[in-house]
Design a protein around this ligand. Structure first.
Ligand SMILES: [Zn+2]
Length: 212
């Protein structure tokens, strides 16, 4: 399930997004070869990660389908936490799931710094024990306020508490860690969708003289 690349070329005051670098600039018609370094195609980094290869992370994906497979920006999202092997612990109406597949295209927020050896060693045990808690039995699930997000955030907070750190509210966590990533992802999804329908997507660069 490799993602098709999104390339960006700058030329004649425009940003040209495409899958493959064109010979001629689609905005002005002049050859791009020899147009200098700025016109060299740059591959945009994808905001998405293979979730099962992201240990110790908070993951976010559409509940059904994938971000690049027609996500409309409004449908429900599902979240989970990975253990050291990329198994995604997530809470749903069926209780705690330990998923080894299905999270191949996610927004990923790393939760543990690589130098936190003590936490890395304890992580799997903490996650397993936390997930066995009564709060996460299937019948306790409520879509509005006792859901996948409640579970993930409660686990993160239990870890923060164990480290003597302050807990995060849902809005703090969302604003600080989730929204910057979803904004990036949303721009990338737009480009991806434009390039599904056509070969080029041209965005004028802001005119530097307008500011004067
Ligand atoms: Zn041009």
């Amino acid at each position: 399930m490799a993602e098709p690349a999104v390339l960006r070329v700058r030329h004649c005051g425009a940003q040209i997004f495409c899958r493959r670098p064109p010979q001629l600039c689609p905005a002005c018609g002049l050859p791009l070869r020899g147009a200098g370094l700025a016109a060299a195609p740059l591959r945009l980094p994808s905001p998405f990660r293979h979730g099962h290869r992201q240990p110790y992370a908070f993951l976010l994906r559409p509940t059904t389908g994938t971000f690049l497979g027609g996500y409309d920006g409004k449908s429900d999202l599902h979240v989970g936490i990975t253990n050291s092997n990329g198994v995604v612990y997530n809470y749903s109406q069926d209780g705690i799931q330990r998923a080894e597949t299905g999270w191949e295209q996610c927004i990923s927020i790393p939760l543990v710094q690589p130098d936190m050896f003590g936490m890395l060693q304890q992580w799997d045990k903490l996650l397993e024990e936390f997930s066995e808690g009564e709060a996460w039995l299937p019948h306790r699930y409520e879509e509005g306020d006792h859901n996948c997000y409640t579970y993930a955030l409660a686990f993160i907070n239990s870890v923060l508490t164990a480290q003597g750190k302050q807990q995060l509210s849902k809005s703090e966590f969302t604003e600080k860690f989730v929204i910057p990533q979803t904004k990036r992802a949303s721009k990338y999804i737009t480009l991806h969708q434009e390039l599904t329908a056509k070969d080029f997507y041209i965005v004028p660069l802001p005119d530097p003289l307008k500011e004067c």
